[in-house]
Design a protein around this ligand. Structure first.
Ligand code: OOG
Ligand code: NI
Length: 475
C-alpha cells in the first residue's frame, strides 16, 4: 500500500491505546463501559421513537468508535519542538493556545490534531500537550527541574533518525519505516516506574506543584490519560459510579442540552502507583506517584467567537455564583448543575437560532430537492436570495460542525480532580505567553476559529458555485 498519513495516525492511536490498556487496566474497563453506554443510548432512543431517534450509522460512524484524545506534559523547548516534528509525520499540527495559569498552573498548552475535514473524518486523534513554564517556578525548583530535564532523552535514537528521514522524504515513510516509527514512538509515551530524581527532590518539586513533579521526575513523558468519545456522557458518569469507579464529582463544561455544544468531559481519578527513587547509595527506595487516569468526552458543536464569548461569560458567572455558595448550605438545594441550567438559557438551545445568530459554525450544502431541480433546468429567482432565504426555501441545508478542540477551564477541572482537589495555587497572576510558546515550538500555532471558519466558508463557496450565483454567500 502507498503512503497514507491518516492510516499511520490511526495505527499509532490504536497502538497507544493498547499500550495504555496494559499499563492502566481501568482504562480498558472504561472503554468497555463507553461501548456499553453508547449501545444503550442508541437502543433507548430507538425504543422511544420519534424525531430524536439515534441512527447508529449517523451518530456512530467509524470515527466515533476509534476516537481518542490523549495528553502529555513536557519540560523543554527541545522536547516540544521534537514532538511537533513527530506529530507532523502523522498529520497532527499545533492548533489552539491554552493558558493554564487561569486555572492556577504554571503551564501552557496546545493540541496537536489533524486540521482538515477529510483527515478529521478519517481519524481525529489529538494530543493535548502541556509545557512547563520555567520562568514561573521558584529559583530552587527551577534549578532542580532544569538539571533533571537536561539529562533525559525522551526520544529514542532510532525515532530521531526516522523523523529526519521522513522530513527528507516529504513527510513520508515506507511501510517498514512506518511500523518502526510506531514502535519507537510508543517509547516516548511509555510509563517508567523508576524516577530520575531522589525522593527528597521529588518531594520538593511536588510541594511546589504536583504537576511539576510529574513533568520532571521521570525518564519519559508518559501518556497521562486517553479519552474515548461517547454519545451519552451522563450515562457514562452514572455507569462509572454504578461500577464503583473513582469518578470525578461532576462533568466539566456546558450542561446537557438539546443542541450539544463544545465539549463535556468526565474522568476517573488518577491512581496511586508505586514508583522507585534512587537513594544516595544508588539503591532503589519505594514511593508512590499519582498521575494517570482515564477520561470520557462528548463532543458538540463548534461555537463562533461570538458564541464562545457568551459561553465564557455564562460559565464565569456560574463559577462565581458557585464559589459564593457556603459549604454548609450544600443541603440548600443549590447545585452546580442547577446553576448551569439556570444561566445557560442565555445561549440559545435551538439549531435555527444558533445558525441565524451566527453563534455556531455550520457546513452548508444543497438539498437533494435543489440538486434535482438544478439538473432538470434552472431554478429561477435565486440571485435575489441571501443565505437565510436559501435555507428557508430548502434550497440549502446545513449541519453543525463538531468542536475538535479543548476548553482551558475544563482542562483545569480535569487536572484538579487528579490532584486530590488540593488545587495548589502558585504564582498565577502571570500573563499568557503565546509568543514564548511559539518560540519553544519553532512555529506558529494555528488559530482554531480560523479553521472552523474556513470549513464553513468553503462549504458556502461550494453552494454558491453549484447554484451559479454571482455574489458570495455569508451568514
Ligand atoms: C491535560 C488535561 C487537559 C482535557 O481533556 O481537557 C485535557 C493533562 O492532564 O495533562 O486533557
Ligand atoms: Ni483530556
Amino acid at each position: 500500500m502507498g503512503w497514507d498519513q491518516d492510516a499511520l495516525r490511526a495505527q499509532f492511536c490504536h497502538a497507544l491505546s493498547e499500550m495504555y490498556k496494559s499499563e492502566v487496566p481501568l482504562y480498558g474497563d472504561l472503554v468497555d463501559l463507553v461501548w456499553h453506554a453508547d449501545a444503550k443510548a442508541v437502543q433507548a432512543s430507538q425504543e422511544l421513537g420519534g424525531p430524536s431517534v439515534i441512527n447508529p450509522d449517523d451518530v456512530l460512524p467509524s470515527r466515533n468508535r476509534v476516537e481518542r484524545h490523549g495528553a502529555i506534559r513536557l519540560g523543554t523547548a527541545h522536547e516540544l519542538a521534537t514532538i511537533r516534528r513527530m506529530f507532523a509525520i502523522m498529520g497532527m499540527h499545533p492548533v489552539g493556545y491554552y493558558d493554564l495559569t487561569t486555572a492556577g498552573f504554571p503551564m501552557h498548552a496546545t493540541a496537536f490534531r489533524p486540521k482538515d475535514r477529510s483527515s478529521l473524518a478519517k481519524h481525529p486523534f489529538r494530543v493535548f500537550t502541556t509545557v512547563l513554564r520555567m520562568e514561573l517556578l521558584t529559583e530552587r525548583t527551577r534549578q532542580l527541574a532544569q538539571a533533571a530535564l537536561n539529562q533525559r532523552q525522551i526520544f529514542t535514537d532510532r525515532l530521531m533518525a526516522l523523523i529526519d528521514l521522513a522530513e527528507q522524504q516529504n513527510h513520508r515513510l515506507t511501510p517498514q519505516q512506518s511500523a518502526e516509527f510506531i514502535a519507537e514512538g510508543l517509547e516516548t509515551f511509555r510509563w517508567h516506574s523508576k524516577a530520575t530524581v531522589t525522593m527528597p527532590e521529588y518531594q520538593l518539586l511536588k510541594a511546589e506543584h504536583p504537576l511539576i513533579a510529574d513533568i520532571v521526575s521521570f525518564p519519559s513523558c508518559h501518556i497521562n490519560h486517553l479519552t474515548p468519545r461517547t454519545i451519552d456522557i451522563d450515562l457514562v458518569q452514572k455507569l462509572m459510579l454504578d461500577h464503583g469507579m473513582p469518578a470525578k464529582e461532576r462533568i466539566e463544561g456546558p450542561p446537557k442540552r438539546q443542541c450539544p455544544i463544545l465539549l463535556r468531559q468526565t474522568s476517573f481519578k488518577a491512581l496511586e502507583e508505586t514508583v522507585y527513587f534512587r537513594d544516595a547509595q544508588g539503591a532503589y527506595v519505594k514511593g508512590s506517584h499519582t498521575a494517570r487516569f482515564g477520561e470520557v468526552e462528548q463532543r458538540g458543536y463548534a461555537l463562533t467567537r461570538k458564541g464562545r464569548q457568551i459561553y465564557d461569560r455564562v460559565l464565569d458567572r456560574v463559577n462565581r455564583e458557585w464559589a459564593e455558595v457556603p459549604p454548609q448550605q450544600s443541603g440548600s438545594g443549590v447545585t452546580y448543575e442547577g446553576l448551569l441550567e439556570k444561566h445557560f438559557v442565555q445561549l440559545p438551545d435551538d439549531l435555527g437560532l444558533l445558525q441565524a445568530q451566527n453563534l455556531a459554525y455550520f457546513c452548508y450544502r444543497l438539498t437533494g430537492e435543489a440538486e434535482k431541480s438544478l439538473q432538470s433546468g434552472r431554478v429561477v429567482g435565486l440571485e435575489s436570495m441571501g443565505l437565510a432565504q436559501l435555507l428557508e426555501n430548502k434550497i440549502v441545508e446545513c449541519e453543525p460542525i463538531i468542536y475538535e478542540d479543548f476548553l482551558p477551564l475544563s482542562a483545569g477541572g480535569i487536572f484538579n480532580s487528579n490532584l486530590g482537589n488540593k488545587a495548589t495555587q502558585l504564582i498565577m497572576e502571570a500573563d499568557a505567553d503565546l509568543d514564548g510558546f511559539q518560540r519553544m515550538l519553532g512555529m506558529s500555532i494555528i488559530d482554531e476559529f480560523h479553521l472552523y471558519e474556513k470549513m464553513q466558508n468553503d462549504s458556502l463557496e461550494n453552494c454558491r458555485r453549484q447554484l451559479g450565483l454571482q455574489q458570495m454567500l455569508s451568514v
